[in-house]
Design a protein around this ligand. Structure first.
Ligand code: ATP
Ligand code: MG
Ligand code: MG
Length: 551
């Protein structure tokens, strides 16, 4: 066990260990429904559940909570496994499927009926809601509540055989229609669904509901601490009831914590699925998505995501985390992993008029800044024809513009100080090229005595630069809480969330491979995308360099 528990759930596990509550066993589970890809919220739950197992020398099960035949798909199972592994966790032998328990769960449902604790109810969904009543008002008992055990067993068996249409009846727990906890007012446990299931096929036409399946799956797997988000707080009483009423030998306990909410982000899988299906993004792994697959493709590392989850912590009070904290964590992580290179996103041609014709000089460019304890450098060709970024030139700049302008000087990174002498334009008045002079005494960027040069900009040699597609991402949503206005959340999509440019990058990047990371100086951290090929490079901007996170 950890020397010092770091959150209230670990404290609880440690206390249970002290009194030998589960005979020394610590078993958690991460139970996604395979109806979508995992997102950063799930990462919090994964880090917590697998983290506790690691800390207490226990196990964490990966369980597909697959009791809803109409939304689940094996593609999602594979994606979930891939993403949990990528995040750095290993379930070993402990891969489970709730759908493997259907027969066992059915037996337990019959047992409940036999014990007089469940009945088949023919009320429609609307009627059931009406009978349930409202908070503060007692509900009404269903007219089917006092069916005999024999009749209930007969009807439940016929439900299983497929004799009834969907919605015509349900199996309900016989609990208390006057309970102040609405969840306890004879909750439905099984419903009819004539639907094909991705694992059990057409073997079943009745499916257990979450409140019945989840706690019993926990019991079957001998889970000790069943950790879930706060929305399930009111379901805990029912969780305990089902475990007790079915008289299963293993009694797991549910503990709730606050889910992760991020501003500028939606995390409901239903909404994420809409974004994918309606083409607002290019797939579940679109780098703008808050999915683990999207973050991986964007260039986030599993270490950064785990660090973020650690910083967010585990608490019981709901809060919204600033997405800038995530970006800040990613920057810190990438700082020591990303060699610095030169790239120009919106190329503007520069001719150095006093450069010896045809000459190419090899400059030495260290990959790492002084505060990163790594070594290595590459050669960068310098010539009389360069590109700089359009943003680094202004024809009529304000005083505090420390980049290039007519008559002004700037330092070219690792190279020389140049001064702009002429601006060439096309017929429409658009700047097409700059003419500059260079000062041969400033090689490596040394300013001549008495001259102060404040600006340093990136550049590439025109004849040597390599073209690359660069995908610049901004937040997927333009507002902090998508949908808060009452309109559909998609009306808050940021129309500028993706900008694609054809950049010029330094020649050393010609051999960049999928998955490589770089910092393009002054522009951000970049990741070589899956679509990238030799001769057709594609970079994603993982995150810009500017940090808006207030420490
Ligand atoms: P969604 O709203 O995205 O559909 P869900 O809870 O229905 O989420 P599941 O696949 O059932 O999705 O979630 C698996 C586990 O991940 C659950 O234990 C759930 O509590 C946890 N989880 C889901 N979203 C978050 C979140 N935002 N923060 C922390 N844990 C989460
Ligand atoms: Mg769920
Ligand atoms: Mg859901």
């Amino acid at each position: 066990p950890p020397a010092k528990p770091t959150d209230f759930i670990r404290e609880k596990v440690a206390a249970d260990q002290q009194v030998n509550k589960y005979g020394g066993r610590v078993a958690t589970r991460f139970p996604p429904e395979p109806n979508g890809y995992l997102h950063i919220g799930h990462a919090k739950s994964i880090c917590l559940n697998f983290g506790i197992a690691q800390d207490f020398n226990g196990v964490c099960h990966l369980r597909m909570d697959d009791t809803n035949p109409t939304t689940e798909d094996p593609e999602y199972v594979a994606a979930i496994q891939r993403d949990v592994r990528w995040l750095g966790f290993d379930w070993g032998e402990n891969m489970f499927y709730a759908s493997d328990y259907y027969e066992k769960l059915y037996e337990l449902a019959e047992k409940l009926i036999t014990l007089g604790r469940a009945y088949v109810c023919d009320l429609s969904e609307d009627q059931m809601a009406e009978y349930r009543g409202t908070v503060g008002q007692p509900g009404k008992e269903s007219p089917y509540r006092n069916r005999t055990v024999e009749e209930n067993l007969d009807r439940f068996r016929r439900m299983r055989k497929g004799e009834f249409p969907e919605g015509s009846c349900t199996l309900r727990g016989k609990i208390d229609m006057t309970s102040p906890n609405m969840k306890m007012r004879d909750p439905p446990l099984y419903r009819i669904k004539h639907a094909h299931h991705y694992r059990t096929g057409d073997a079943w036409c009745i499916y257990p509901l979450y409140d019945f399946a989840h706690c019993l799956s926990d019991s079957i797997e001998r889970i000790t601490h069943s950790i879930c988000t706060l929305e399930f707080e009111s379901a805990r009483e029912l969780y305990d009831w089902v475990v007790q009423a079915t008289e299963v030998p293993w009694v797991p306990k549910q503990t709730e914590f606050a889910r992760l909410n991020l501003n500028y982000t939606v995390m409901s899988k239903r909404k994420l699925l809409q974004l994918v299906n309606e083409g607002h993004v290019h797939g579940w792994d679109d780098p703008r998505m808050p999915t683990l697959a999207g973050m991986r493709r964007r260039g986030y590392t599993p270490e950064a995501i785990r660090d973020f989850c650690q910083r967010v912590g585990v608490a019981r009070n709901l809060s919204t985390v600033d997405v800038a904290l995530l970006e800040h964590t990613v920057r810190e992580d990438l700082n020591t992993r990303s060699p610095r290179v030169l790239a120009v996103l919106r190329p503007l041609k520069v001719t150095i008029e006093n450069w010896p014709a045809g000459e190419v000089e090899e400059l030495d460019g260290p990959y790492w800044p002084h505060d990163v304890p790594k070594e290595g450098s590459r050669k960068i060709p310098f010539s009389g024809q360069l590109y700089i970024d359009r943003d680094d030139f202004m024809e009529n700049p304000p005083k505090d513009f420390y980049r290039l302008a007519p008559g002004r000087s700037v330092r070219l990174r690792h190279g020389y100080i140049v001064t702009c002498t002429q601006v060439l334009k096309d017929a429409a008045g658009e700047v097409t090229e700059l003419v500059c002079t260079y000062d041969p005494a400033t090689r490596g960027g040394m300013a001549p005595k008495g001259k102060k040069i404040d600006g340093t900009i990136q550049w590439v040699s025109a004849a040597h630069a390599v073209d690359a597609e660069v995908r610049l991402y901004d937040r997927l949503f333009a507002v902090e809480v998508p949908g808060a206005s009452g309109a559909d959340f998609k009306t808050d999509l940021n129309p500028q969330s993706l900008t694609t440019v054809t950049a010029k990058v330094e020649p050393s990047l010609a051999t960049a491979a999928v998955g490589d990371r770089f910092q393009f100086e002054r522009l951000g951290f970049f990741y070589v995308d899956l679509d990238s090929k030799a001769g057709a490079l594609v970079f994603n901007r993982t995150v810009s360099l500017k940090d808006s996170w207030a420490k």
